[in-house]
Design a protein around this ligand. Structure first.
Ligand SMILES: [Mg+2]
Length: 388
C-alpha cells in the first residue's frame, strides 16, 4: 500500500495574488501530486490549514480520495469555511494527481472519461474600475483588449463593465456601463459572447437596472450581481432579466450550491475548484446542477494548477459550459508550470500524461516568494466602504 509521507505548501507571488501550491508526497519514490489552494488575502491562513489537515493524512492511502475528503471535512468538529475548504481543495487536487500518476492515466479519465473532445475557454479581461486589483484592461482599453483576445482565437470574454457605486445606480453609472459594453460589443461584433462580472457590486434593484441598460448589447450572462448569501433575492434578479445570471465563485459548501439551485437563483453555476473542496466536491456540485438543467462555468482567475484541474473536469463533465482563464496577471506562468495546455481557436484538448499532466519547477517557483497582496479599501462619495 502507498502511504502519504508529507504535505507541503509552496507559495508563489503572482502580483495580484499569492498562488498556494500543495504537494502531497508518498512513501513510494517519485510518487507525489500537486494541487492549488489559492485564497487571496488569506494565504498564510490557508498554508496553516494545510498543515493542520496534514496531521490527518500522514500514513494513509492517498488513493482513498473520497474517504480522505470526508475525514478532512466531516471528521473535523467545525466544518467548512473558505480557509479550511481551500486547503482541503488543494490537498484533494494533489490526491487526484497521485491517483492518476499511480494508475498511469490522466485525471479526466478518472473523472468520467471524455464527455467532450475539447473544452472551450474564455478570457477574463480584468477589472475596469477595479484595475488596481485585476490588472489588465480598464475603462477605455477594454475594447482593445477584447480585440487582442479575439485575435488569439477566443470567442468569449469577460469584462467588469459596471462601476462600483451607490446602492442604487446613478445615471452616470448606467451611462458608463453602457458605453463600456457598447465599445466592446462594437469591437468584437455580434458573434463573440461577452460576459459581465458585477463582482457583487450591486443591490438586486441595481443589478436589474444595469441589466435593462445593457440588454441591447447582448450580454451572455451577468455574473455575481449581488454579494453572496441570499439565493432568494438573486432569484428576483434572475427572473427580471432577459439573459442568464451566473454565480457561485464565493459559495463554499455543497449545501450553499443546493440552496441556490433550489431557489432558481441562476442559470449558470461557477464553483471554484480551489474553494469548494477540489474535484471531489465539484463532481457533486455538477451532479446536483445537472438535475436542475444548470451548466457549470467554473470560476478561475487563479494559478496555473487550478486552470489545468478545471480543464480536466471540463473534459469529463457533461453539464459543463465554458472555462475561465486569466492570463493577464504574470507573463511567467510557463516558467513555473510545465504542462499548460495550449489554447487553440479558443479551446484546449485532452492531454495524455498521467494525473494532471503537470510538473512544477520548484526552483523557478521559489524565486517568486510570498508578498502581501495589494490591500483594497474603496470609498464611495460619502466615505462609506464600497463593495468592489
Ligand atoms: Mg467573478
Amino acid at each position: 500500500m502507498v502511504r502519504i509521507r508529507a504535505v507541503e505548501t509552496l507559495i508563489v507571488n503572482a502580483k495580484l495574488r499569492n498562488w498556494v501550491f500543495v504537494k502531497v508526497l508518498t512513501d513510494e519514490p517519485g510518487l507525489y501530486g500537486w494541487g492549488e489552494a489559492t485564497l487571496e488575502w488569506k494565504t498564510r491562513a490557508v498554508a496553516g490549514a494545510v498543515e493542520d489537515l496534514s496531521q490527518l493524512l500522514i500514513g494513509r492511502d492517498p488513493l482513498d480520495t473520497e474517504r480522505l475528503w470526508q475525514l478532512m471535512n466531516r471528521g473535523q468538529f467545525f466544518q467548512g469555511g473558505a480557509v479550511t475548504m481551500s486547503a482541503l481543495s488543494g490537498i484533494d487536487q494533489a490526491l487526484w494527481d497521485i491517483k492518476g500518476r499511480f494508475l498511469g492515466t490522466p485525471c479526466w479519465q478518472l473523472l468520467g472519461g471524455l464527455a467532450r473532445n475539447r473544452v472551450r475557454m474564455y478570457d477574463h479581461l480584468g477589472g475596469g474600475d477595479a484595475s488596481v486589483v485585476y490588472g489588465a484592461a480598464s475603462g477605455d482599453n477594454f475594447a482593445q483588449a477584447a480585440l487582442e483576445s479575439v485575435a488569439e482565437g477566443f470567442t468569449a470574454l469577460k469584462i467588469l463593465a459596471v462601476p462600483m457605486g451607490l446602492a442604487l445606480p446613478t445615471a452616470d453609472g448606467i451611462r458608463r456601463a453602457a458605453e463600456t459594453m457598447a465599445s466592446v460589443r462594437s469591437a468584437v461584433g455580434p458573434d463573440v459572447q461577452i460576459m459581465v462580472d458585477l463582482h457583487g457590486r450591486t443591490t438586486p434593484a441595481g443589478a436589474i437596472a444595469y441589466g435593462h441598460a445593457l440588454a441591447e448589447y447582448d450580454p451572455w450572462f451577468f455574473e455575481e450581481p449581488c454579494q453572496p448569501g441570499n439565493p432568494e433575492t438573486l432569484a428576483d434578479v434572475a427572473r427580471a432579466l432577459p439573459f442568464a445570471v451566473a454565480t457561485g465563485e464565493r459559495l463554499i459548501s455543497l449545501q450553499e450550491f443546493r440552496d441556490h439551485l433550489a431557489a432558481r437563483s441562476c442559470a449558470v453555476l461557477q464553483p471554484d475548484v480551489c474553494h469548494v473542496g477540489g474535484p471531489t466536491a465539484v463532481r457533486k456540485i455538477a451532479a446536483m446542477a445537472e438535475t436542475w438543467n444548470v451548466p457549470l462555468a467554473p470560476h478561475n482567475p487563479l494559478g496555473p494548477i487550478a486552470t489545468v484541474v478545471n480543464q480536466h473536469i471540463g473534459f469529463a463533465t457533461p453539464n459543463f459550459l465554458i472555462q475561465e482563464v486569466m492570463r493577464a496577471d504574470v507573463p511567467w506562468r510557463e516558467d513555473v508550470l510545465q504542462g499548460i495546455l495550449p489554447i487553440i481557436d479558443g479551446h484546449v484538448f485532452p492531454p495524455t500524461a498521467p494525473g494532471w499532466g503537470i510538473e512544477i519547477d520548484e526552483t523557478a517557483a521559489v524565486s517568486h516568494g510570498y508578498q502581501p497582496e495589494p490591500l483594497i479599501d474603496v470609498d464611495g462619495p460619502d466615505g462609506a466602504l464600497l463593495d468592489w
